[in-house]
Design a protein. Sequence first.
Length: 412
Amino acid sequence: MPVLVMKFGGTSVATLDRIRRVAKRVGVEVAKGYDVIVIVSAMSGKTNELVGWVNETSPLYDAREYDAVVSSGENVTAGLMALTLQEMDVPARSWQGWQVPVLTTSAHSSARIEDIPTDNINAKFAEGMRVAVVAGFQGVSAEGRITTLGRGGSDTTAVAFAAAFDAERCDIYTDVDGVYTTDPRVSEKARKLDKIAFEEMLELASLGAKVLQTRSVELAMRYKVKLRVLSSFEEQSDTAGTLVCDEEEIMESKVVAGVAFSRDEAKMTLVSVADRPGIAARIFTALSDAGVNVDMIVQNIAEEGRTDMTWSCPTIEVQRAQKAVEEAKENGTINYHEVIADVDVAKVSVVGIGMRSHTGVAAKMFQVLSAEGINIKVITTSEIKISVLIDRKYMELAVQALHDAFELEKAA
Ligand code: ASP
Ligand code: MG
């Protein structure tokens, strides 16, 4: 029988009532003839509560025990979902990660899935079980310890199961009804997309759109898993939500698919560093050793052998970055005049695969921002996106103006 993967996020399983409601949806797919693998998150708020308990008990916690505690939220929902399905006479059972087993690396709290052997679950399907309810977000390491995949990780669990079981589709049920051209809370003209290409979704997810964990999109793209994002709060239909798919499946698309933003960015500059081979390597090695996630990088034109080096990183990493460069200065690895941090910036990006073949997108973006009197601090581009760093107070304005200028409220 064809396999369907259905993933339910925290708000979709937040109460016993909601679990009953989504279980009915699972029942509908079973009645259509699918063997279903249901991936569940913890009830909403649960994982945060568990993380809080760990921090309160042990600030410098043992990461293996963090995973043991934090993975438990999903175990509860998996069992409750299986019980609910059984009450509806749907043959179902729950599986924790180690029982499948979901084999992962031992990088606790950010483990990667290495393999999902299908034998155990397939044997149960062959015996007549119709739904395997799997606890998302968790796995087991080669050392036999419980691991977790990082926050939002059950999306990745779902896509990995869809790939392993060669599922017809992977439906991600959440509290929004799909992927939008931008966040509807920022622009009321935001429009739900029927389809979006993997690469666009990947950019949007990593640029701050929070619907899907970035790694899940990466995985879906690699294994060509058809992903659908849809709401568990609305009526079921075959065309609901947004399909994340191969670009060949999208007949017509606009040059720009969406506008993404991330609020908590900071811009840091090392003023007057020596301009010679090896300096950038030393600066960014020091930052990377300190665990700073550097995003944009700009090096100014050098004058008299000195240059300024600017980068952006998440606001919460500024102190760590500052400490890293100060230490590198003290031990003589790098030399600079001063370090400046601007923590009131935001990143706004336009994304679209159409940019590969259309020119003028950057020019138009910069014109729109200039017409609004918004100063651009840093620019980066890739084949399908253009990002700018601007003052945070203009973020909403920039998003709205760009959404209007690229006419994203209209379908292609
Ligand atoms: N419950 C986990 C979290 O809140 C995993 C997930 O829901 O995707 O991050
Ligand atoms: Mg999520």
